[in-house]
Design a protein around this ligand. Structure first.
Ligand code: AMP
Length: 622
């Protein structure tokens, strides 16, 4: 069984030559790097033997950059120059960040420009790509020191719901860090590789991934060695950080604290996280701190209270689970196993809620922090050409439909949502007007029928279409989504071979809340959308018929007497007024009336054209 692309061109390893390839889990809270050695995947530790690298970067006063534990420690005293959870910012705009409850109160000095994110640090302006590159660079150094050589490439994991902008930004960060990206891989898919290879199971699996900052759920189908992601869903603004935040707020209430300075906030937040982690094993935890104004905090919390405070966050994960199951067309009884991924799934009430929901104990025999990196390492090993047989076929899906704007502001879906990727689909379109020499291609994403309700991804123009009658040109538009989920669209006029092409790199991203909202809207507006589509189609038809009648009148009005001309003009006016403001039915009636009013005219024009064609010809020539 082959992986999608077993080896990238030129990367097949010579016999006995092992290429150094790693899998990187670039996490919101922690990152890891893993590799396959002697056929076994393992995470690579730092010099102190620690596997996880906190995804925290500190820009120091003397120009040095700390990544990981040292930066995490400094966060308490230097929050503005210490960037954490940068994954929440990558591929986003400042406007997105401000609109999001989870990110709007971050203690950073943001630049003014709403369209990008600029973090003002003492080392100058840093973008989320720069910060992510610093984390990746630290992991690259760790791997090269540990493996004793230069890396051939890396597979980097991203949440299943990352859109094009977020994926592209992650790739850019990797390049900036000097890494050759073999592939971006969805995190739950990586986890499934790790479990699939270990357990060789068949059936339908759910990957429940609650990390530090994101929640992803995927429905996977495994059969006869074939691994397919059936559906994905999630919430990119929900994770272990939210549990910390809730506990932090409770701590403020308990101690009647408001208005904390940045330093005290960061201190209490990190103590809240430590207490949360302790409550996984212990029945109670005590949070002790001295604030900058010398106030002492000494608050005890029990596991039961913590679970009560955060039960709503656990419950919030179940809605995307249900939606993914609906999308995949599976019921709870179809689920063979549930794979737990992400450090936050260690919390007993998360395990309990998942077990109760599915009526079975989730699979958690692999370390939930490491499983994604291990799966990525296994795939990197294959892509680097170190492994030739017995690989898994791995498929991901598109989260939202991709389509084109057609005449009348309608969306023609080319790749429906939950299509397995990589994929390529082509559809033929034609021109609307006689002699039309250019065509604007507008690429949109979403489930709704009208362009105005979907998200615009890109526009480009196909020029040089030879002059033809409306409807005669054949323009083939091809959508291609590669294995990293990046979209490229090309258009080609079939008779001349004229081509245009665009790679879609949207300047800002969609977060999961937006995707969920778009899906919800498409369900709740299904009825109105059908009507809007029917009306838009009727408008296009009316405009096309009116255009044809007007050009016929310009050529052959002399065939009509005054009263016939009047009734056609009246029908034209009536149709135009229904185009402007009529409902679907009255518009259809007007089209029918116009067609009826021109029946006789059409017959006379046909006679005239036949006579012209026959004029001066002998019978035997005809
Ligand atoms: P990840 O993004 O997968 O590295 O997950 C990190 C999240 O897991 C953070 O919110 C951690 O606080 C959380 N986490 C790690 N260990 C534990 C634990 N023992 N109990 C509860 N949460 C944990």
């Amino acid at each position: 069984m082959a992986l999608l692309q077993i080896a990238e061109p030129g990367l097949s390893a010579a016999p006995h030559q092992h290429r150094l390839a790693v899998g990187i889990d670039l996490g919101t809270t922690n990152s890891l790097v893993a590799t396959v050695r002697s056929g076994h995947a393992a995470c690579l530790p730092d010099k102190q033997g620690r596997m996880t690298l906190p995804s925290v970067v500190r820009y120091g006063s003397d120009g040095e950059i700390d990544v990981g534990q040292d930066a995490l420690k400094a966060q308490k005293i230097d929050p503005a120059n210490t960037i954490s959870s940068v994954k929440r910012l990558i591929g986003r705009t400042l406007a997105d960040i401000k609109a999001n409850e989870e990110t709007r109160y971050l203690p950073y000095r943001f630049g003014e420009d709403e369209r990008i994110i600029q973090l003002h640090t003492r080392a100058g302006v840093k973008t989320p790509i720069d910060v992510s590159a610093d984390i990746l660079h630290a992991l690259k150094n760790r791997a090269e020191a540990s493996l004793g050589g230069e890396l051939t490439g890396a597979v980097i994991t991203v949440p299943a719901y990352f859109d094009d902008a977020q994926r592209q930004a992650t790739k850019d960060a990797a390049r900036l860090a000097g890494l050759n990206v073999l592939r971006l891989l969805n995190e739950p898919t990586a986890a499934a590789i790790a479990y699939g290879l270990d357990n060789r199971a068949e059936g339908t699996f759910v990957v429940y991934d609650l990390g530090g900052g994101t929640f992803d759920v995927s429905i996977l189908s495994l059969s006869q060695g074939l691994f397919e992601v059936k559906a994905t869903n999630g919430n990119s603004a929900l994770g272990g950080d939210d549990f910390d935040q809730r506990l932090f707020c409770w701590l403020l209430e308990q101690n009647k604290l408001s208005q904390l300075n940045e330093q005290d906030s960061a201190l209490l937040l990190s103590l809240a996280r430590a207490a949360k982690e302790a409550l996984t094993h212990d029945n109670s935890a005590t949070i002790q701190a001295t604030l900058s104004d010398h106030r002492h905090i000494n608050t005890r919390i029990t596991r039961a209270t913590f679970q009560q405070l955060t039960q709503h966050l656990v419950a919030k994960t179940l809605a995307p689970v249900k939606q993914a199951m609906r999308d995949a067309g599976v019921a709870k009884t179809d689920i063979t196993g549930v794979i737990m991924v992400g450090g936050a799934t260690r919390m007993p009430h998360v395990q309990q809620a998942v077990a109760t929901f599915f009526g079975q104990t989730p699979l958690n025999n692999l370390n939930p922090d490491e499983v994604v990196a291990l799966g990525a390492a296994i795939q990197a090993n294959v892509l680097a050409g170190n492994k030739n047989d017995d690989e898994w076929l791995l498929l991901d899906v598109t989260p939202l439909s991709l389509g084109l704007e057609t005449y009348g502001g309608l969306v023609e879906k080319v790749i429906p949502r939950n299509t397995t990727i990589p994929t390529a689909r082509a559809q033929d379109f034609t021109t609307f007007k006689d002699g039309q020499s250019a065509m604007m291609i507008h690429v949109v994403q979403g489930e709704r029928e009208l362009v105005s309700d979907c998200r615009s991804l890109a526009r480009f123009t196909l020029r040089g279409i030879p002059p033809m009658m409306a409807g005669a040109a054949r323009i083939r538009v091809t959508f291609q989504v590669d294995a990293d989920g990046l979209l490229s669209v090309s258009a080609c006029e079939q008779t001349t071979g004229v081509q245009a092409h665009i790679e879609v790199k949207p300047s800002y991203g969609l977060d999961d809340a937006a995707i969920t909202q778009m899906l919800k809207d498409s369900f709740s507006n299904a009825e109105t959308d059908v009507q809007a589509r029917a009306r838009a189609e009727a408008v296009v038809e009316a405009q096309s018929i009116m255009g044809a009648v007007q050009s016929a009148l310009a050529l052959d009005a002399d065939l009509l007497d005054a009263s016939e001309q009047q009734s056609i003009q009246a029908a034209l006016i009536q149709t135009q007024s229904q185009v402007n403001e009529g409902d679907v039915q009255s518009l259809r009636d007007a089209i029918q009336a116009l067609s009826h009013a021109t029946d006789h005219f059409a017959a006379m024009r046909m006679n005239r054209n036949i006579q012209r064609a026959l004029q001066g010809k002998k019978v035997n020539e005809i």
